[in-house]
Ligand binder design. Structure first.
Ligand SMILES: *[C@@H]1O[C@H](CO)[C@@H](O)[C@H](O)[C@H]1NC(C)=O
Ligand SMILES: *[C@@H]1O[C@H](CO)[C@@H](O)[C@H](O)[C@H]1NC(C)=O
Ligand SMILES: *[C@@H]1O[C@H](CO)[C@@H](O)[C@H](O)[C@H]1NC(C)=O
Ligand SMILES: *[C@@H]1O[C@H](CO)[C@@H](O)[C@H](O)[C@H]1NC(C)=O
Ligand SMILES: *[C@@H]1O[C@H](CO)[C@@H](O)[C@H](O)[C@H]1NC(C)=O
Ligand SMILES: *[C@@H]1O[C@H](CO)[C@@H](O)[C@H](O)[C@H]1NC(C)=O
Length: 528
């Protein structure tokens, strides 16, 4: 990684004290910012002043990232810098830095999703609106595809760790040059691949952040891909005897709720702790003597399929590679994984990373492919290091995972938590000093779901500025005031109306309904 930002001439600097902003001079400062930095190995594309009430332009967003664009009208004033940074002779990142006028003295990096490739603009809006000097990168390539990894391991290295870190180094430098007071604290917020990127920073660049909010992290990534690759050979295609139909997944979900919903004390359609749920699917076997109505029962072959889906993935020598899919997510997971189609991320990974063979057939996957993929683990992209003692010295991490996640099993987060505890030989109360993990019942992948899954993890899940309702502000309070969260309160919305709130527990505690109020009453629950 080679880049540097050099000041040309005298300091870039007129003073911008907190909360004392002269608007016309902010505009002038922004417009002159491009001239105040001389840049090596970076190409500044634009420096734009964005006043309150103007649409945020997405004209520089390539078509492959159109779904990530956010051209809402800005609710805050900021200086927007777009640039490319060279990361090797064969790779470069695109990044943006959003420098708000109402600056809080804090820096924040956002993350990515899937196979990366797009700035999460909604997260940029969310953080910059809170006054963070906010950066995001395209993770080394444009678009949610692995095709750019084909015969270019430099792009893969960007994806594994280098893009985010480069964005942080350059972004911090820009922040220091733009605001003479620099920044006081540094934060990270991301989910899914963004959650993995947060953990990668903790493991590899432990001084990058004071506080990390990491949701539904794609840690143990190569095995997550292996696990994702296993579904197609397990279900077969839609004409196979092993295949389970959408209609059957509905009865399977109902059966899971019948066996498990009230294990937490409340039959509310939400499984608080999937660990307690070990469903027996043989109850759904078709009666061979009655005329089998195939949508209301399962054949023995189909039961085997379902049992495999809810079993962990083991390697050739019985090593646990990846935990089972947690029960409760199947209505959505049926469309992601159990649809008889290749899982696109697994297909891309094996084609463009593992085998460099664009015609590799995803239906052919076996555990032998998992062994080969694991042996590669390029640039330690798996992000599964258990020793995070360097980060422990000054950082804090708030980890969360939805208990209805249909894409990344929440059991994987439990597995990683245990891995850190075992590796560092720390008890949960010792981990609490710097690492807290919250299980969010009724939340799907990073958001949505049937329950109280709005925890302020982004624009679409804003549920208030009270830190207990807002994982980002909760992290700021933990870092800056030393007040650590004991729970995360989620909100269930019906449209814009609050339907109910629930306090989600800090792992390894789990939520139990104790009454006397109805299940909608947050005080009728206890972490045990
Ligand atoms: C701003 O965005 C809104 C909705 O996204 C759109 O209707 C409107 O035409 C835009 N205004 C301008 C000036 O581009
Ligand atoms: C910036 O880098 C990306 C790769 O991350 C590349 O696709 C794009 O063409 C570059 N943009 C410019 C203007 O050089
Ligand atoms: C600036 O941010 C502070 C909190 O950091 C907030 O109270 C204030 O309303 C903001 N002012 C403007 C003009 O956005
Ligand atoms: C399903 O797989 C079988 C066996 O591989 C194949 O013969 C059949 O054409 C496939 N059907 C569909 C709908 O893809
Ligand atoms: C067991 O398999 C895993 C993954 O396939 C591999 O990483 C590990 O080295 C193997 N262990 C032994 C003892 O062969
Ligand atoms: C959701 O809101 C609609 C109308 O605003 C109302 O009719 C419905 O009963 C609400 N549902 C719940 C579960 O509160």
């Amino acid at each position: 990684m080679r880049f540097s930002l050099l000041l040309a001439g005298s300091a870039a600097a007129s003073a911008y004290a907190h909360g004392n902003v002269d608007r016309s001079s902010f505009q002038a400062k922004c417009e002159s910012f491009a001239h105040n930095i001389k840049v090596q190995d970076t190409t500044i594309h634009s420096v734009t002043h964005v006043p309150i009430g103007t649409n945020i332009s997405m004209s520089n967003v390539p078509a492959a990232c159109a779904s990530n664009a956010d051209s809402s009208s800005s609710t805050f004033e900021f200086c927007r810098v777009a640039l490319n940074v060279t990361t090797s002779s064969k790779s470069e990142i695109f990044m943006e830095a959003w420098l708000p006028s109402n600056y809080s003295g804090r820096f924040l990096s956002t993350g990515n999703g899937g196979l990366g490739g797009c700035i999460q603009y909604s997260d940029m809006v969310y953080a910059a609106n809170y006054g963070f000097a906010t950066v995001g990168t395209n993770n080394g390539h444009f678009g949610d595809t692995g095709v750019y990894f084909y015969h270019n391991s430099e792009v893969l290295e960007d994806y594994a760790y280098r893009a985010v870190h480069t964005g942080v180094v350059v972004g911090k430098e820009l922040t220091k040059r733009f605001y003479t007071e620099g920044f006081e604290k540094s934060y990270y917020m991301g989910c899914s691949t963004g959650g993995r990127e947060g953990w990668k920073s903790i493991q590899k660049f432990p001084n990058d952040f004071d506080g990390v909010v990491a949701g539904a992290p794609a840690v143990n990534l190569v095995n997550l891909i292996n696990w994702g690759a296993r579904f197609l050979p397990t279900t077969g295609n839609s004409s196979a005897a092993t295949f389970v139909t959408d209609a059957q997944w509905i009865i399977i979900h109902d059966e899971i709720l019948r066996q498990c919903d009230d294990l937490d004390g409340a039959a509310d359609g939400i499984i608080e702790d999937p660990d307690l749920c070990q469903p027996i699917f043989e109850t759904l076997l078709c009666n061979p003597t009655a005329g089998a109505d195939s949508s209301s029962c399962l054949t023995a072959t189909q039961v085997k399929t379902v049992n495999t889906i809810f079993s962990p993935l083991y390697g050739n020598n019985d090593t646990l590679l990846y935990p089972r899919m947690q029960p409760g997510s199947e209505l959505t997971a049926a469309y992601v994984y159990y649809n008889g189609q290749p899982f696109n991320y697994a297909e891309d990974w094996f084609r463009y990373v593992v085998y460099s063979n664009p015609s590799w057939d995803p239906a052919s996957w076996t555990v032998n492919d998992a062994v080969i993929a694991n042996a590669q683990d390029p640039y330690q992209v798996s992000t599964f290091q258990g020793d995070i003692s360097e980060f422990q010295k000054k950082g804090k991490v708030l980890h969360y995972h939805g208990m209805e996640d249909p894409i990344i099993s929440s059991d994987s987060s439990k597995m990683y938590y245990k891995h850190v505890a075992d590796t560092m030989k720390l008890s949960p109360s010792e981990l609490d000093e710097f690492y807290r993990f919250f299980t969010i019942s009724g939340m799907g992948h990073c958001s949505t779901g049937d329950g109280a899954g709005s925890i302020g993890q982004g624009v679409g899940t804003f549920a208030g500025n009270d830190p207990q309702d807002n994982v980002l502000l909760s992290m700021v309070r933990w870092v800056e005031e030393g007040i650590a969260p004991d729970f995360v309160r989620g909100t269930k919305f019906n449209g814009t109306e609050v339907e109910y709130r629930r306090k989600h527990c800090k792992y390894p505690k789990r939520n139990k309904y104790v009454g006397p109020g109805a299940y909608e009453d947050e005080n009728a629950w206890e972490c045990v």
